[in-house]
Design a protein around this ligand. Structure first.
Ligand SMILES: Nc1ncnc2c1ncn2[C@@H]1O[C@H](COP(=O)(O)OP(=O)(O)O)[C@@H](O)[C@H]1O
Ligand SMILES: [Mg+2]
Length: 188
């Protein structure tokens, strides 16, 4: 083996050990937390989350705007998981705004579903990147900065609530994540 191969092999081994650790943690985490479906209002969850993470923007030039539908109906959902969805999307939006900007979080009713939008005017993504973002371990961030699990966790949570997630983004302009969750879940 030449030195390059030796180094590559070493990196592959380290990467798989790291991956194994993350998967182990995720599995422990998901087993300890069975879904607790209750009647929740997304507006309340959004306000609670923003209250908790407010400190994080005070030093940065990031404005967060809430455009919450005051008549938003409740959904049947796991409140902790919905909070996780919001934290992951907002964290990504903050990462996409290295020199500041705006994040708009909005909710509204659309037919028999509730719509949640998280929009930022940050760095955006190319079409090629957009195709991969929901894949586990896909990240464009430095080692130690991102695990590439945020959006796959979000997608898993939304799908377990019979919902859908979509993204629209333009490089250099910003991104918008769109989530729809049925108000009444059909029995499965
Ligand atoms: N709001 C956003 N703006 C620009 N790129 C984003 C945004 N959200 C996600 N991405 C892209 O999707 C990738 C995967 O996101 P995620 O699954 O949360 O993993 P991580 O944040 O650990 O990289 C990110 O590395 C980034 O390239
Ligand atoms: Mg992330």
């Amino acid at each position: 083996m030449n030195p390059q191969q030796d180094e590559d092999l070493d990196r592959i081994i380290k990467a798989s050990l790291y991956t194994r650790e993350i998967i182990k943690k995720l599995m422990i985490f998901s087993r300890q937390m069975p879904q607790q479906i209750v009647s929740v209002n997304l507006n309340t969850i959004i306000s609670d989350i923003l209250y908790f993470i407010e400190v994080r923007f005070q030093s940065k030039e990031i404005k967060i705007r809430e455009r919450l539908d005051p008549n938003l109906p409740n959904i049947q959902a796991d409140a902790v998981q919905m909070s996780q969805v919001l934290v992951n999307l907002i964290t990504n939006a903050i990462h996409a705004l290295p020199s500041g900007g705006e994040i708009i979080i909005s909710t509204k009713q659309k037919g028999k579903s509730v719509l949640l939008l998280v929009k930022d005017n940050g760095i955006g993504m190319s079409g090629a990147i957009q195709k991969k973002i929901f894949k586990p371990f896909f990240t464009t961030k430095e080692v130690g900065q991102g695990t590439g699990l945020g959006l796959s966790v979000v997608q898993g949570i939304i799908e377990s609530h019979k919902g859908k997630i979509a993204v629209t983004s333009t490089s250099g302009k910003g991104s918008q994540f769109q989530i729809t969750i049925p108000i009444k879940q059909s029995k499965s």
